[in-house]
Write a protein that binds this ligand. Structure first.
Ligand SMILES: Nc1ncnc2c1ncn2[C@@H]1O[C@H](COP(=O)(O)OP(=O)(O)OP(=O)(O)O)[C@@H](O)[C@H]1O
Length: 299
C-alpha cells in the first residue's frame, strides 16, 4: 500500500507552549482517515500544518513523496482542502464561482468543470446563485472547487459541521465514491463520533496534542469485547433454567438478553432449537465508537 500522506514526529510550539507534541501517522491510498478529538485537542493546528497555513516547528510532513518543509509547492499540488468555510461569492452562480477558481489554476477545462459538477450532484442547480443554496449544497460546491485540479489527497476540517443528517449522509456518500472511483485518499477531522464511525476506514484519536490511538474502525468498535445480544424468541420455558444459570440471561417480554462473545452464539442457537425454542432475531448491541472514545480520552 502507498502512503499518500505521512506525518513524521510533527511538533508545533506557539509562544513557548508545545501544542502538538510529536505526531506520526500515515494515510494510505484510497483510505478515509478520521482525525478525532475533543475541542482544543490540536486537530485544526495539525491540518493547518499539513496544508501549509502554519509552519512546522519540528518533524516533517510528506505528501506524495514530497516534503512540505522542503518542496512545498510540489507537495501541495496533490492536495485539495477545505480548512475554513469555503469562500464563495454568494451573488454569483455556482458555475461562475467554479470558473473564477479555475482561472487561477492552469489546465482546468470546461469539460473538467462539468464532470466535477456532475460528480458532486449539482448539475440541476449549478446556474443558480449561491445565495439560494442550502448549506449542504454550499459544502458540495466547496468540494467541487477543491476537486477541480484532480488532487490525490483531500483534507476536510469538520466537513459536516452544521449539516443536517441528510446533508451529512450526502457528504459521506460523496467521499466514499471519491475514494472508490478515483482512488483518492481523504483525511477528515471531526468531533462527531458516530459520523466518523460510519465514514472512516481508520481513526486516529488526538488529545492534548498527542495521538493516543489509531485503529481500524471495526477493530476499534469491537476489540474482542463481550457484547450484549438481544434475542427475540418464542416461549423459552424449556430453556429457561440453563439460560439463566449458564448464560445469566435476562428474561424479557419478547425473549432474553445475554452478554457473551460472538463465537458462543452458534452453540447457543443450536441448544435453543434442540429445546424447540423459536428464534426470530438476534441483535448485537455493540459498543459504539463514542463509548470507546470516552473510555480512551477519560483514561
Ligand atoms: N495561534 C494560536 N496561539 C495560541 N494558541 C493556539 C493558537 N492556535 C491554537 N492554539 C491552541 O492550541 C490548542 C489546539 O487548538 P486546535 O484549534 O488545533 O484544536 P482542535 O482540536 O481543532 O479543536 P476544535 O475542535 O475546538 O476546533 C488549543 O489549546 C488552542 O487554544
Amino acid at each position: 500500500m502507498n502512503s499518500l500522506l505521512t506525518l513524521e514526529n510533527v511538533k508545533k510550539t506557539i509562544n513557548g507552549k508545545e501544542i502538538i507534541k510529536g505526531i506520526s501517522f500515515s494515510v494510505q491510498e484510497g483510505e478515509i482517515f478520521g482525525f478525532l478529538g475533543p475541542n482544543g485537542a490540536g486537530k485544526t493546528t495539525t491540518i493547518r500544518m499539513i496544508v501549509g497555513l502554519m509552519s512546522i516547528t519540528d518533524g516533517d510532513i510528506i505528501i506524495c513523496g514530497k516534503s512540505v518543509k522542503k518542496d512545498f509547492s510540489e507537495a501541495i499540488q496533490h492536495v485539495g482542502a477545505i480548512v475554513e468555510n469555503p469562500e464563495m461569492y454568494k451573488f454569483l452562480t455556482g458555475y461562475q464561482n467554479l470558473l473564477q477558481y479555475a482561472r487561477m489554476h492552469k489546465g482546468i477545462t470546461r469539460e473538467k468543470i462539468d464532470e466535477i459538477i456532475e460528480l458532486v450532484g449539482l448539475t440541476d442547480r449549478i446556474h443558480d446563485k449561491v445565495s439560494t443554496y442550502s448549506l449542504g449544497m454550499r459544502q458540495r460546491l466547496g468540494l467541487a472547487q477543491c476537486l477541480l485540479h484532480d488532487p490525490k489527497l483531500l483534507i476536510l476540517d469538520e466537513p459536516t459541521n452544521g449539516l443536517d443528517p441528510a446533508g451529512i449522509r450526502e457528504i459521506r456518500d460523496h467521499l466514499r465514491m471519491l475514494t472508490r472511483e478515483k482512488g483518492m485518499s481523504v483525511i477528515v477531522s471531526s468531533h462527531l463520533l458516530s459520523e466518523m464511525e460510519m465514514m472512516c476506514d481508520r481513526i486516529g484519536i488526538i488529545q492534548k496534542g498527542e495521538l493516543i490511538d489509531v485503529q481500524e474502525v471495526n477493530a476499534f468498535v469491537e476489540k474482542g469485547e463481550r457484547l450484549t445480544y438481544v434475542f427475540e424468541t418464542g416461549e423459552i420455558d424449556a430453556a429457561l433454567l440453563w439460560l439463566q444459570e449458564e448464560y445469566k440471561a435476562h428474561i424479557t417480554d419478547t425473549g432474553f438478553t445475554i452478554q457473551c462473545q460472538r463465537d458462543h452464539i452458534p452453540e447457543l442457537v443450536k441448544r435453543l432449537i434442540e429445546c424447540n425454542v423459536a428464534v426470530f432475531s438476534i441483535k448485537p448491541v455493540s459498543k459504539t465508537l463514542e463509548d470507546r472514545f470516552l473510555e480512551i480520552t477519560t483514561g
